[in-house]
Design a protein around this ligand. Sequence first.
Ligand code: FNR
Length: 375
Amino acid sequence: MTPPVAAGTIPGDLSQLEAQAADSLSPEALAYIRAGAGDADTTRANAGAFRHWRIKRHRGRKPAEVDLSTTILGTRMPAPVLFAPVGVQTLAHPDGDLASARAAAELGLTYLHSTQGAYPMEEVAAANGDGSRWYQLYWPTDDELAVSFLRRARAAGYTHLVITLDTTLLGWRPIDLDLGYSPFLENKGIANYTSDPVFRRKHMPVPAELAALPAGIAFSGVFQNPGLGWQQLPLVREHWDGPVLLKGIQSPRDAELAVEHAIDGIVVSNHGGRQVDGAIASLDALGPIVQAVGGTMPVLFDSGIRTGRDAFKALALGADAVLVGRPYLYGLALDGQRGTRTVMRRLVDELEEEVRKAGLRSHRALSRSALTRVR
Ligand code: FNR
């Protein structure tokens, strides 16, 4: 049995975070953050897939001095762990993404700011200071707006662009429907895009403070973009001269297409199971994609990582780095900036401990032989 943890603190066992954070969140916020699409079969499968891989220990290897540092597409990182892009973070804490971006800077980890961020990207960049930050883009139906996001992101010091491909239609999340809740209908926690001059001029002529619905309605019209395709790439290249990654890759064929289109990197992700229910676990998609890419570009991974041991397994299966989503949000709910920092720090420490116990100097020496597949 898990020993009791004082209310509001980060549990030593990170897999207990969600339960621990539940009391610090409104029922709507908890449901929104925890939700998967459908009956959350894929969200459960994401976490469950890690239990089918077990860590092998080779005896007689001395624990080594570990160095987890790595460089991904020119970004130096003290550990191969990034903050996944997460929108509407004020659901978890009033400081929202400002707190997360500060925590990332304190740890030296890369922060990914979401198009649906609660604070404008310029404020998040200021909070992140000298830290490392990438920008996540939901490519809108309005190219002028997309170009405005890119221009702002460049000016605010975001170095890499991560385009999320799996949310061209919003996932069907029954719990939100049951609660009649969507943060996008509240005109709160979405200042990253409602602060954009092009968005304000073209899509929200009435200020959010005065209108009950426009920003939320505009959200569907602007960010539901099922026509998104490779044809947008030239525009991206025209307006973004840094590295471009695609997030949401789940099939080896799409990974090959990314290579063919000279994309710089991919994130194997199913959005934490929030988009398509009944899909395979993201971890099960990873190995074949790594094989298809054949080392031609970095492969990042997310969906289901809860502990450093999970990160160890994804790295052993070929990921160059991992992104973490819900856990840092739960840390934010429990203890603001300090909570988020503690969660991410602990996860990195756990990863380092596993690499040390494997007798390796770096996670880069990991391979599938570090794991055994069990049913
Ligand atoms: C997300 N995610 C996400 N992804 C993205 O590209 N842009 C976004 O705005 C958001 N927003 C968002 C909100 C909330 C509440 C959650 C939980 C997730 C997905 C996120 O980046 C990441 O892919 C998943 O969270 C990874 O799965 P885990 O770590 O939560 O299991």
